[in-house]
Design a protein around this ligand. Structure first.
Ligand SMILES: [Zn+2]
Length: 242
């Protein structure tokens, strides 16, 4: 399922949210170098490109401002809400080591890098996050699959920019490693959503009926998941995994 809407205009990623109190379209450039758009209720979204075009100079300036900001600091703490783990990160320098991230007792994550080496740190921690996602999210999804009686073929873990998860025609499910940051009920909801896609690949009324049977509160959870990017720290979104 998508984070927000996963839309693009001229290569710029944007998300649209409806707010019944909004009187007009509001544009904001988020720290993740994305355009957040708030529209009034029943607004015709096909008009958006025209609005973007009218404000293109402002949009470019704001995007540039975000890009010119200094790199975020290396994280000192990592909270993986999905699995209830909190790690204190310690930077210990070091060049000639093979393993750059090590889990130590007392929930200390030892990173063999200088704290200022942001890009390398972000890449290393992303690798670690990826392994954690495999180890924890994959068995969890299998368990929910057993519970619901809906089986799938394969799980892959990725770092999608605009999706929390997806399901293919071949019945393979792909999970975003950033799900580790979300509270457990939201992760479970993403799992249920994708499992329902095994039966229905679209978002038809049949799909929603199926999901609602499993999770009566599914509409509210859906809204929460669409806004769940706020649980993911900016270094995760900026990291370029190696
Ligand atoms: Zn979906």
């Amino acid at each position: 399922m998508t984070k927000g809407d996963g839309l693009r205009w001229k290569g710029i990623e944007y998300s649209v949210r409806e707010n019944s109190r909004a009187r007009r379209v509001i544009l904001r450039v988020s720290s993740a170098n994305r355009l957040d758009v708030v529209v009034p209720r029943r607004f015709n979204r096909r008009r958006l490109p025209e609005i973007f075009q009218a404000h293109r100079d402002w949009i470019q300036r704001e995007l540039q401002k975000v890009q010119d900001q200094p790199s975020p600091a290396a994280p000192r703490q990592i909270e993986l809400n999905a699995i209830g783990e909190r790690w204190r990160v310690e930077y210990r320098g070091g060049i000639d080591v093979r393993i750059h991230v090590e889990e130590k007792t007392g929930n200390i994550l030892a990173v063999a890098r200088d704290a200022g080496d942001f890009e390398a740190i972000a890449a290393d921690l992303t690798g670690w996050l990826h392994r954690k996602a495999h180890a924890h999210l994959a068995p969890w999804l299998r368990q929910v699959s057993l519970e619901t009686g809906i089986s799938f073929k394969k799980i892959t873990v990725r770092g999608q920019a605009t999706r929390w998860a997806s399901c293919s025609k071949l019945q393979n499910i792909s999970l975003n490693r950033s799900l580790l940051y979300l509270p457990p009920p939201l992760v479970r909801h993403v799992f249920l959503h994708e499992l329902c896609h095994i039966k229905r690949l679209d978002h038809s009324p049949d799909f929603w009926r199926l999901l609602q049977d499993m999770e009566p509160n599914c509409r509210a959870l859906e809204t929460e998941v669409k806004q769940a990017d706020r649980y993911v720290p900016s270094w995760v979104r900026m990291a370029r995994p190696r």
